[in-house]
Design a protein around this ligand. Structure first.
Ligand SMILES: Nc1ncnc2c1ncn2[C@@H]1O[C@H](COP(=O)(O)OP(=O)(O)OP(=O)(O)O)[C@@H](O)[C@H]1O
Length: 265
């Protein structure tokens, strides 16, 4: 953001990284998110689950203002990160998205080299002092994405030439290269085979040490493997939110229970 308050502010709010208050999202006349209140913890993986069309991706996109790019979308209510309103008019959405990175369903590397994919964000945000500094940022991001050993000898090769699982880890490296504080993942494994899914899930587990990770998933087994907190969405409402173990073994809301037992999907 313009004044970079997100990076400079001391965090002292009992581990809450993201706070949503009364969030509503409309696409024209469609009321896609209905009055969502939630506190999302720092250094935690939070899974959003629920039937198709219930608003998981819409709510996820509120957290880095990706809905700004959809002309018919209108967001109401407050979303605070470290206590700061990300919809404040002084906040630059481009800067915000460096702090709140996103990984999409389908791996979407740029038509550039592996190196340039990862260097893209640090370059546009002026994060490197010189070439050696940029090299270090690229290597560190590729290591954090568990991809370095596989690509270190072909950094100038096109990112699009990697396997699907490698491309998704490249996109994760691209997202972490700007040192985000929050990582949003919208069904990051849905285009991957079981081995690549396992690698990305292990990575999510490691990323939690440094980031608040929010993941949309259709796979309840994935949610239970990777997350500590789970939110269940139903027809635009967040009907239940709590510890993942509790949501899956002892849901309080009948709608959550019906979903996790397979009665609705
Ligand atoms: N760009 C858009 N324009 C208009 N309506 C949209 C748009 N994106 C989503 N919607 C509508 O908003 C509602 C929520 O959609 P969203 O994609 O957030 O749900 P979801 O739970 O992520 O679904 P899925 O699991 O199928 O990806 C749906 O009714 C959908 O049709």
């Amino acid at each position: 953001m313009n004044d970079m308050r997100l990076t400079e502010r001391a965090v002292d709010n009992n581990g809450t990284k993201i706070r949503a208050k009364g969030v509503q999202v409309y696409y024209g006349d469609t009321h896609a998110i209905k009055n969502v209140d939630v506190d999302i913890a720092d250094k935690t993986v939070t899974a959003f689950i629920g039937p198709s069309g219930c608003g998981k991706s819409t709510f996820l996109r509120c957290i880095n203002r990706m809905n700004d790019t959809i002309s018919v979308a209108r967001v109401e209510g407050d979303i605070l990160i470290d206590g700061e309103d990300i919809y404040d008019k002084r906040v630059d959405p481009v800067q915000l998205r460096a702090k709140v990175g996103m990984v999409f369903q389908k791996p979407n590397p740029f038509p550039k080299s592996i190196y340039d994919n990862v260097a893209y964000g640090p370059r546009i945000h002026g994060l490197a002092k010189d070439k050696a500094d940029l090299d270090g940022i690229v290597e560190s991001a590729l290591r954090r994405a568990a991809l370095w050993d596989e690509v270190k000898d072909r950094l100038t090769a096109p990112g699009t030439g990697l396997s699907g699982g490698q491309q998704q880890r490249l996109c994760i490296a691209r997202a972490v290269a700007t040192s985000p504080e929050v990582l949003l993942m919208d069904e990051p494994c849905s285009a991957l085979d079981p081995i690549a899914t396992d690698q990305v899930e292990n990575l999510i587990h490691e990323l939690r040490a440094n980031y608040s990770v929010v993941i949309v998933t259709h796979s309840m087994s994935q949610a239970s493997r990777v997350s500590q907190k789970t939110a269940y969405f139903h027809l635009g409402e967040m009907v239940e939110y709590g510890d993942t173990g509790d949501i899956f073994t002892n849901p309080k809301d009948e709608r959550t229970e019906n979903y996790i037992t397979g009665r609705i999907g």
